[in-house]
Design a protein around this ligand. Structure first.
Ligand SMILES: *Cc1c(COP(=O)(O)O)cnc(C)c1O
Length: 467
């Protein structure tokens, strides 16, 4: 007999936690030793009642939980969980499907097929592209670049899956100076070598300079992959996709786009101009756990050439044709067995509709602009990016006697300790800066006001403490 009691406890505890998100401290650093001590003990010899285990676990981890699913978390780029997506995610665990094979979950395979079609329409990407459901943008970048590697070497008459990289024609990879760290991790894992990438300069917003790309491509011959970015993690800026796509067409290069969050701007007509040309790329990596607000973890590898996608990911050399209407999910991901990630995505899109997704993207961008206005009005704060999306970069202007970077970090530390909101730091043009990302579906104008007040309060405290 399946014991329902732990599920009932989990439901109650989850409801209590979610109900507390608006008011609980967003994140107050707890000493790591204390957090470990709350969980620690000798390896249990004997079992314990499952419901009691759930109670104990929830109580033990509570002080170490960051309310990143809540409305005043502005760190990194982290979304929350839409109600329908979270509920579908619970069911995904209850159903416990192995989504790797059609045979082990026809429902998961069918759902992937439908969600893939919806996503291509929502993001306005080539309808014949294929979609792999992966854990996040890291694995999406990896999968897309594996497909790129397959395609550019196949064109050069080389079977990289069969024969490996040793002795293969050299492949040049070109990246922007502001490419995300996960691009380099992917290059490392795929055998390109992170240090071998040709780096093209970026402008003051972090956008790749297409003229420099052109010049770099002119000096390269043979198989080439270009990695562009839609949505700089600091500024939110987009690489100029039209000119980049032109340059790649001229050079015969594979164009990959890392659009972890920025790709979602395509759902709103407001951002049509900034995302124009993205559809001309060969592959797109994005996250779903960021801006679409599904629970961790969820990312998408989208590849225009389905045969390159399957060629890079399927382990069987002879890719068998998909039976009519029958999708084999493992042909599009590095994983074999895996979770059915399409169910929560389905629920998110179904609950919001195209209009709702577009409204959520626009609303979070409006809130980011509001945050920028509130902070820029303070004499000691300066917004240093063009707020073109949902990201705000903020500088502190300390009096001459105070060291700049220490002051910025001091402010960030005070904000984090306040528990009123949470944001992180970054380095921009070699200097410390405060980064604000508005990516949560539940953030309201009041949350922005409260967070701005907390940031301004932290600035006053930091300047007082330093003087
Ligand atoms: C977040 C992000 C990634 C990495 O995504 P994960 O979900 O952490 O795997 C890659 N590129 C960009 C631009 C990002 O913002």
């Amino acid at each position: 007999m399946f014991d329902q009691a732990p599920l009932d406890r989990a439901r109650q505890l989850a409801a209590r936690y979610i109900g507390s998100l608006r008011d609980r401290p967003v994140g107050i650093p707890a000493p790591p030793a204390e957090l470990s001590a709350r969980l620690d003990g000798p390896l249990p010899q004997d079992g314990r009642d499952p419901a009691a285990v759930i109670d104990d676990l929830a109580a033990a981890v509570d002080p170490g939980l960051i309310a990143s699913a809540g409305p005043r978390y502005f760190g990194f780029v982290i979304g929350g969980s839409l109600p329908a997506a979270l509920a579908a995610d619970w069911l995904t665990s209850a159903w416990d499907q192995n989504a790797g094979l059609y045979a082990s979950s026809p429902a998961a395979a069918a759902c992937e097929g439908v969600v893939a079609r919806w996503l291509l329409e929502l993001l306005d990407l080539p309808r014949e592209a294929s979609v792999g459901f992966v854990t996040g943008c890291q694995m999406a970048n990896f999968t897309c670049l594996a497909a790129a590697r397959h395609a550019v070497l196949a064109r050069a008459g080389w079977d990289v899956e069969g024969d490996g990289f040793q002795g293969a024609p050299p492949v040049r990879v070109v990246v922007g100076a502001q490419a995300h760290a996960t691009i380099f991790t992917s290059l490392r894992m795929l055998g390109f070598g992170a240090g071998r990438a040709v780096v093209v300069g970026a402008d003051d917003q972090g956008r790749m300079r297409p003229g420099e790309l052109d010049r770099a491509l002119a000096e390269i011959s043979g198989p080439t992959i270009v990695c562009a970015q839609a949505g700089n993690v600091n500024t939110g800026a987009f690489d100029p996709m039209g000119p980049i796509a032109d340059a790649c067409t001229r050079a015969g290069a594979w164009l990959h786009v890392d659009g972890a969050f920025g790709l979602w701007a395509r759902v709103s007509p407001r951002f049509a101009a900034s995302t124009a040309g993205i559809e001309r790329a060969d592959s797109w990596a994005t996250d779903v756990h960021k801006w679409l607000n599904v629970p961790y973890d969820s990312g998408l590898a989208i590849i225009s050439d389905q045969s390159a996608h399957r060629g890079a990911m399927t382990s069987s050399a002879a890719y068998y044709e998909m039976a009519a209407g029958r999708r084999e999910p493992h042909e599009f991901t590095p994983e074999a067995s895996r979770r059915a990630r399409a169910f929560p995505i389905y629920a998110a899109i179904r609950s919001l509709g195209r209009a709702g997704v577009s409204e959520m993207v626009e609303r979070t961008c409006d809130l980011a602009a509001r945050m920028a206005d509130l902070l820029a009005a303070h004499p000691r704060l300066r917004v240093i990016n063009e707020v073109v999306l949902n990201q705000v970069l903020v500088d502190v202007v300390p009096p001459a006697a105070l060291e700049h970077d220490a002051c910025v970090r001091g402010v960030i530390d005070r904000v984090q300790r306040s528990g009123d909101c949470w944001l992180g730091g970054t380095t921009w043009n070699g200097r410390a800066a405060i980064r604000v990302s508005v990516s949560n579906w539940s953030t309201t104008p009041d949350d922005i006001g409260r967070a701005a007040a907390a940031i301004i309060g932290a600035v006053s405290q930091e300047l007082r403490a330093g003087s």
